[in-house]
Design a protein around this ligand. Structure first.
Ligand SMILES: [Zn+2]
Length: 230
């Protein structure tokens, strides 16, 4: 009887879980370097998406590290779970009312433990509508005071696979990177700035968006509590 109950509750858990983990791997942190700190990442990667191909992901993480390096930070250890989203969850996200807060909040519903690391949700093209977003402390505070408690989303970012290509962003040149852009929103707790030729530029025009960061942005990035000193 006990066993039957256990199996039943397990089946139920699988049915209500927002995703099923089909693979796990760890990319170890790069070698220690004087003056360089590490940002560890947790990634939930949609199975079958471009993100799930090791070479694509490596190219992406290397590019982001090159950009962050100007502030003395690179990507550290990366813990990857390859997942299949629950179709019920995707449907629920698609039909969610914007008055209930960001639809990504639905994904955090079954996350029991508090997020202690920067957590990325990386989607394929056909699961969720095109997205590139990040929930930092400021945006979570703003959302929570206007709609619903968005705290579970804090330090998460969400990107669909076509945003691996900088050409998706008007005015961006080849040094720009969306993955790095979203991470800087979290790390620096910053928004966009009126600076031409910057990773966080709000300006329009050719080469307005690049991989550059200002000294002020670097100072804020370095205050991020989730950066570790190896
Ligand atoms: Zn942005």
């Amino acid at each position: 009887m006990m066993i039957l109950l256990f199996v039943l509750s397990l089946a139920q858990a699988q049915d209500t879980a927002n995703w099923q983990v089909v693979g796990e791997r760890v990319i170890s942190a790069p070698a220690r370097e004087a003056g360089i700190r590490h940002l560890p990442l947790d990634l939930l990667i949609e199975s079958g998406s471009k993100w799930s191909q090791a070479t694509n992901l490596k190219t992406q993480l290397d590019k982001t590290s090159r950009i962050l390096r100007q502030c003395g930070v690179v990507i550290g250890e990366v813990n990857i779970q390859t997942v299949v989203w629950n179709p019920k969850t995707l449907l629920e996200m698609e039909n969610a009312s914007p008055y209930d807060g960001p639809n990504e909040l639905i994904l955090m519903r079954t996350v029991q433990t508090p997020v202690l690391k920067t957590l990325g949700f990386l989607y394929g093209l056909n699961s969720v509508p095109s997205t590139a977003s990040a929930y930092n402390r400021t945006s979570v505070r703003r959302l929570s005071s206007h709609t619903v408690d968005a705290t579970p989303l804090c330090e998460t970012f969400h990107i669909t696979e076509h945003h691996m290509d900088y050409r998706r962003v008007p005015g961006a040149n080849a040094t720009y990177d969306t993955f790095a852009h979203e991470l800087v929103h979290l790390m620096g707790d910053v928004g966009h700035i009126e600076v031409y030729g910057n990773l966080m530029s709000a300006m329009d025009g050719r080469n307005s968006k690049t991989g550059s960061l200002t000294t002020d942005q670097c100072a804020l990035i370095n205050q991020y509590p989730l950066i570790v000193t190896p």
